[in-house]
Every structure is written in structure tokens, then in C-alpha cells.
Design a protein around this ligand. Structure first.
Ligand code: SF4
Ligand code: SF4
Length: 344
């Protein structure tokens, strides 16, 4: 790990050099919100933002993705032709990723890249991606990253961490991917780690919200599943799915064929455990027919099943999006407290 300094002029010039080698993504202002999108040559990311409305997960894991194409008219050696999607993704750099969102990729990685299964779509895309983070000096009221073992200056999942200072950035170069990117950009001035540490301490004190999880590991899943509070907790839920689509750690998808006569595509699309269709079986049976079943599933997965399976924290990075965006104010911090303090 090394620390460098990037003056504003060098930042602007360096991004110009990166365009030759990387497809660049960054936050762009669109109306009242910021969203991650591909940057055109010469376009600079707008780093004057709190966080993007949706997480950056879609840059690695698109909302809709073609898995393969097929044509039932064409045959090769007696078999129908199936053309798999190309995995020849271009190298990409995501600029200005908040530390919470970068850590979200590490949670999703456990699902997509593990000893039992390697999802080539997600893995190839992730491996081609360099993550340039932006430390968070003004956490929002509903951010609680410091209570999920992260923080506004967390380096987890990042290749480079930028820290905004007067006139540019101090930056930590964390991985070899990060080193390759800063070399390509020509950023090589020595930085000062003390400046970063000083700002980090101040930023961590500004995170005023927290989630209560300390007793979750010792609770029984069965007791929590059968707890009497789920119907109350779920009463106002609209099952709109906003909380899952906006979450950097939610990974579920559905697979569908789009057919036109004898040809078509098979694609996968983000799906949500909050939707009644998510678990509807072909027979018509639905194991989660009621709204509270689905709300319970979302929180049991995030706060209990995941914790029990991986034993290294909850499936949440504290970004606060599901709290900010839920139209009926369902709050993961309140539900976690209920679960954490539940006595059967
Ligand atoms: S955002 Fe709120 S209302 Fe919508 S599904 Fe999630 S908890 Fe329910
Ligand atoms: S705060 Fe909500 S949206 Fe953010 S990581 Fe946690 S569960 Fe997902």
C-alpha cells in the first residue's frame, strides 16, 4: 500500500489517459439525484455527491443480462445452436465508489464465487473492474457503516481510496489493480498518510446512526422465525421491491426466455424476495403467500441466515438506501433491534 497525492489538474489529465485503457463509470447528476453511468471521453465524474440513488452493483451485475441466444432452425451436428454471451468484457474502472458500496461487492462475491459455484457472468465482470473509492466526509443521517465493521474510510473491496482535500486528493493505492490504474494515469506524487488519518477520525465521528446486532448470533433461527412481531413489522409494506433493488448486497435474479418464432434469448433479470411471484411454484403453490412471510424472509436472510452461514457479520453494509427509499418507512435498524432483543 502506498499513499499518493493527486492535484486537481493531474486528476483531470489522468482521467483522459485512462480512457484509452478503461471503460470509465462515475457518478453523474441527473435531476436531483446522482447515478453511476458510463462516462464519455472528456466527461468528468461529479464527485460532489452524498451517494448515488442506486448502488453501483449494476455496473458489474446488470439489471438484465443475456445469458445466451438460440435458434431452433439452425443445427450443428444434430444439435440446436446456442450462442453463449461473450465474457470478453473490457477493463472497467468505477470512479467515486463509496466504501459501503465497495464492501457490498465482497458480500455478493460469496454468492457468485465460492468453492461450490462460480458464476462466470458476475466473476468475469468483477475481475475486469478496478474500484476507485471516494472516502465519505459527510455521512447521511441514515448511514450506519461504522456498526457493520466498516466506516467512511473503509478500504474493503477497493483498489484505490481517494480522500478529497483542498486542491485535489490524497489517495491510498491498495492493490495491484489500483497500482496499474494510477501508473496509467501518471499519478505518482508522494502523498501524506497523516492527512488521511486525521480526516478519517473526524469522518467516523460524524456517523451518528447504528444498527444493533450484538446478540443476533446467539438467537435461535427457529425462535426468530416464529416471533410474533413479523405481521406488525410488515403491515405497511407494499412489496414494491425498492429495498432489494437499491441494496448493494442483494443478488437475487430470475431467468426468462424471450422467444420470437424459432429464435430467442435467455436472460436473467434482478428479482426480489418481496415479490409474491418470487417463490410461486409451477404447481400454483407458494411457500411465502403472505406479505409478512416475504418481509420476514428479507430480514431473516440479511440479519440471521447470512450471519449463521458465514459468521462474519450481517448481509448489510449500512448504506441506508433501503431506509431512505422505502415509501412506508420500514427501517432495518428497528427490525434488527426487535430481533436482537427478542426473548421467546
Ligand atoms: S421498500 Fe419498503 S414497502 Fe417496498 S418492499 Fe421494501 S420494505 Fe416493503
Ligand atoms: S442499509 Fe439497506 S440497502 Fe444498504 S446494505 Fe443495508 S440492507 Fe442493503
Amino acid at each position: 500500500m502506498k499513499v499518493i497525492k493527486i492535484d486537481q489538474k493531474d486528476w483531470d489529465e489522468g482521467l483522459g489517459k485512462l480512457y484509452d485503457e478503461f471503460r470509465l463509470f462515475g457518478p453523474v447528476k441527473n435531476g436531483d439525484i446522482h447515478q453511476f453511468q458510463p462516462l464519455t471521453k472528456g466527461e468528468l465524474p461529479d464527485l460532489n455527491f452524498s451517494n448515488t440513488r442506486l448502488s453501483v452493483k449494476s455496473a458489474v451485475y446488470p439489471q438484465s443480462q443475456v445469458m445466451f441466444e438460440y435458434n431452433l432452425d439452425e443445427k450443428q451436428e444434430g444439435h440446436h445452436i446456442m450462442k453463449p454471451a461473450s465474457f470478453d468484457y473490457p477493463a472497467r474502472a468505477l470512479l467515486g465508489v463509496r466504501p459501503c458500496d465497495a464492501a457490498g461487492f465482497l458480500i455478493a462475491k460469496k454468492n457468485f464465487d465460492n468453492p461450490d459455484y462460480r458464476d462466470p457472468y458476475w466473476c468475469e465482470s468483477y475481475e475486469k473492474t478496478t474500484l476507485v473509492g471516494l472516502a465519505c466526509d459527510s455521512p447521511s443521517t441514515n448511514c450506519f457503516c461504522t456498526s457493520v465493521e466498516l466506516g467512511p474510510y473503509s478500504e474493503q473491496g477497493l483498489d484505490v481510496l481517494l480522500v478529497a482535500v483542498d486542491g485535489g486528493f490524497q489517495a491510498k493505492v491498495i492493490t495491484e489493480k489500483g497500482e496499474a490504474l494510477v501508473t496509467k494515469a501518471g499519478w505518482d506524487k508522494n502523498g501524506d498518510e497523516k492527512v488521511i488519518e486525521h480526516q478519517r477520525e473526524k469522518a467516523e465521528k460524524r456517523v451518528n446512526s447504528a444498527i444493533e446486532t450484538d446478540k443476533l448470533a446467539e438467537k435461535s433461527s427457529k425462535d426468530l422465525f416464529d416471533a410474533p412481531f413479523w405481521e406488525d413489522m410488515a403491515f405497511a409494506c407494499l412489496n414494491c421491491g425498492t429495498c432489494t433493488y437499491s441494496c448493494p448486497t442483494c443478488w437475487c435474479f430470475d431467468i426468462q426466455d424471450e422467444n420470437q418464432e424459432d429464435q430467442g434469448i435467455r436472460m436473467r433479470n434482478w428479482d426480489s424476495c418481496m415479490s409474491p411471484l418470487f417463490t410461486l411454484e409451477g404447481s400454483g403453490h407458494n411457500p411465502r403467500p403472505l406479505k409478512f412471510h416475504r418481509v420476514r424472509q428479507r430480514f431473516m436472510h440479511k440479519l440471521k441466515y447470512y450471519l449463521d452461514k458465514y459468521e462474519d457479520g450481517i448481509m448489510c453494509v449500512g448504506c441506508g438506501r433501503c431506509i431512505n427509499l422505502c415509501p412506508v418507512n420500514i427501517d432495518i435498524r428497528k427490525i434488527s433491534s426487535k430481533m436482537n432483543n427478542y426473548q421467546p
